[in-house]
Design a protein around this ligand. Structure first.
Ligand SMILES: NC(=O)C1=CN([C@@H]2O[C@H](COP(=O)(O)OP(=O)(O)OC[C@H]3O[C@@H](n4cnc5c(N)ncnc54)[C@H](O)[C@@H]3O)[C@@H](O)[C@H]2O)C=CC1
Ligand SMILES: O=C(O)[C@@H]1CCC=N1
Length: 268
């Protein structure tokens, strides 16, 4: 028996992040399409993104909330207030999961006092069951609601519960990280093409390399520096590339990227 067979989940906003979560839940066979509801701004696009796969398109947020036990706030942060205020009276028995970056417990509590909510930052690899959900430790779910929700999310992601002070930085590394990693992937693709590989082949090799390197670290616990060293033979070829990346400022660029994101978040 599937422990989630009676659950319904509703997405308020059905863009990149909501679709990634829904895709992951379907791909991992955690939910069936008919357990998933969504609303969005563009009706035709919403229908294409939901109904073709058997999910339910809802006309508005009120319909979505009414039909769902778990309500996912998946609009842009500046839209959260506008979307949530009209459904406040429907939220009493719901499990509310916010994925809006920069909408921590305190902000949501002010907007939806007395409701059962938790703030999180997911990332797009949830679509293939390899994501991360950074969840804020401070929440207002009951113990049972928390364990139901985190159990569900853990089927498509690593669920990392963190104190409020560390959610932002963790969310930047895991939530923004796929954009940064994709740039590295794209650059390796360009490099492969420069040297005569087909783009498809270069991307396939680079992707598997990135996934495998991540897994190697996760499984061995080896220091990244030691992992790098184990590829660089003295007087060999890799070290020449490593030196070029150092001259190009790769590490400084990564540090600056995370600083830039955190700086922008703190200005809000
Ligand atoms: N894309 C990502 O990798 C991540 C996104 N997030 C968060 O997820 C949230 C959504 O981001 P994305 O999916 O990337 O944005 P998106 O722009 O792809 O999707 C936003 C969705 O909101 C809908 N929407 C706009 N106004 C609406 C309204 N009045 N009622 C109902 N739906 C409405 C749009 O139609 C669209 O489906 C944001 O708060 C973001 O901070 C968090 C972590 C990662
Ligand atoms: O760029 C954004 O606003 C969202 C938040 C985390 C990842 N993407």
């Amino acid at each position: 028996m599937n422990e989630y067979q009676d659950i319904t989940i509703g997405f308020l906003g059905y863009g990149n992040m909501a679709q990634a979560i829904a895709q992951g839940l379907l791909y991992k066979e955690v939910l069936k399409p008919e357990q998933i509801y969504a609303c969005a701004k563009n009706w035709d696009k919403l229908c294409r993104n939901t109904q073709d796969q058997g999910m339910h398109a809802c006309r508005d947020a009120r319909e979505t909330v009414s039909r769902s036990q778990i309500v996912v706030i998946a609009v842009k942060p500046y839209m959260v207030k506008e979307v949530m205020e009209p459904v406040r009276d429907l939220l009493q028995d719901k499990i509310i999961l916010s994925v809006a970056d920069g909408y921590p417990f305190d902000a949501l509590e002010e907007l939806l006092p007395g409701t059962h909510h938790i703030s999180s930052i997911p990332n797009t690899p949830v679509a293939v069951g390899e994501g991360i959900f950074i969840c804020e430790e401070q929440h207002s779910l009951t113990e049972d609601e928390f364990s139901l929700l985190t159990g569900l999310l853990s089927r498509i992601s690593l669920v990392q519960v963190l104190d409020s002070a560390h959610v932002s930085a963790a969310g930047t590394i895991s939530g923004c990280g796929p954009a940064f990693a994709s740039m590295f992937l794209e650059a390796l693709g360009d490099a492969g093409v420069t040297h005569g590989l087909s783009r498809q082949m270069a991307y396939a090799l680079a992707s598997q390399m990135i996934a495998g390197t991540g897994k190697l670290h996760l499984m061995s616990g080896k220091h990244p520096g030691a992992m790098k060293d184990s590829v660089c033979s003295p007087g060999g070829t890799t070290i020449v590339g490593v030196a070029a990346l150092e001259r190009g400022g790769l590490r400084a660029a990564v540090l600056d990227a995370v600083d830039a994101v955190e700086c922008k978040k703190n200005k809000k």
